[in-house]
Design a protein around this ligand. Sequence first.
Ligand code: CMC
Length: 435
Amino acid sequence: MAKDTGKDTISVTDNVTGKTIELPIYHGTHGPGAVDIRAFFKEFGYVTFDPGFVSTAACRSSITYIDGDKGQLMYRGYPIEQLAEKSSFLEVAYLMLHGELPKREQQNEFLGNITRHTMINESLKSFYEGFYHDAHPMAIMVGVVGSLSAFYHDSTDIRNPEHREIAAHRLIAKMPTIAGACYKHSIGEPFVYPRNKLSYCGNLLNMMFSVPCEEYEVDPVAERALDMIFILHADHEQNASTSTIRLAGSSAANPFACVASGIAALWGPAHGGANEAVLHMLDQIGDVKNIPKFLEKAKDKDDPFRLMGFGHRIYKNFDPRATLIRKMCHEVLAKLGDENDPLFELALRLEEIALQDDYFKERKLYPNVDFYSGIIYKVLGIPTNMFTVMFAIARTVGWVSQWMEMIGDPEQRIARPRQLYEGAAKRDYIDINKR
Ligand code: CMC
């Protein structure tokens, strides 16, 4: 790690005017240093051009770190492998929000807070009736989560740290309840209220799969598998949905509105929607013998087909989350399904064949978190259109942590990217009769 002496600079010369300026370089704990270009426009009169933010750090953050070349992921410095094995989703949530693992008393208090906020206002239930039974659950999630600010006015003053904390707890606590209700609405069953004696994931399973007329026992294997998947999805630094939340939050919008915007961004198949797309793709491929044909399609630039669950902007090596989920697939299938599950077999063969292919090797395209997660969800009985909802529940922890960090950042300003205007030059209005 390079030490931040405050003396490292980079010289930039404008070859048109000959002007040279020195820009400071900052060094974080890990990862590449960052050139501070805030003076660039003032000094040179140019804006910088970086579509997709390939080389742009939009903020400082102390929450999550990814080393894409080594395939490493850490939350608050703790490797994801250790958290997945030893921690629990709510402990990780505390870690994300507060920066440190909780002591026992802190953990008990946090669990109590989350448990006390799991119910949703009864009037919210009528929102679901406005949605047709076949509405995509992510559409319902965007609507219902966005509406929370209309119900919880007492936690929308973003300048008040207590409000921020209550809003964060409410969002983490209510997401499973809102998601469970989405599922129940789609299958025409009555909503199930949260039960405080169950764990976070046990509660979600109960709200999705229990019915009032029968006893329901949460399966501990399913509960643990979901908890681990949620740990793996909890945060992923400045991805599209998190950046959307930071962008929305930079205007001082309330946290419920911000998280609704994040859910909308997550839905896209290039982001969280990929887990659903992977299952559709595996269904479409159907058989190992068809893999070469689909790989050719994925490589063909004239064909919009891409290998879903493959590739990542940051990882140029194995996504450590995919490795952990693949391992968990073996365990879950052995206990709850069939280890020779044809879909899992197909996914394993697809990974193997793609990783031997020059196209994927040269571009360093590896399976990402979404490649195997759907196979576990399917074994747990979760329908395909709920996969991205599962992602949203888990990612809420990262979203609210990043939002809190942003609000507390003294350098935070309204996010307002510049542009390179390439439209029509100034011209005069033409009367309609003369066009
Ligand atoms: N199948 C075929 N080709 C691919 C794929 C793929 N899945 N991913 C990237 N490429 C090719 C791409 O065509 C390009 O080739 P070339 O250099 O010849 O033009 C090269 O690899 C670099 O790709 P890119 O599109 O410039 O990379 P990006 O960083 O802009 O996009 C990505 C990253 C994740 C959107 C992309 O890899 C992708 O669309 N993957 C499939 C969707 C997916 O699995 N998304 C989940 C991401 S992980 C979880 C999450 O973020 O929620």
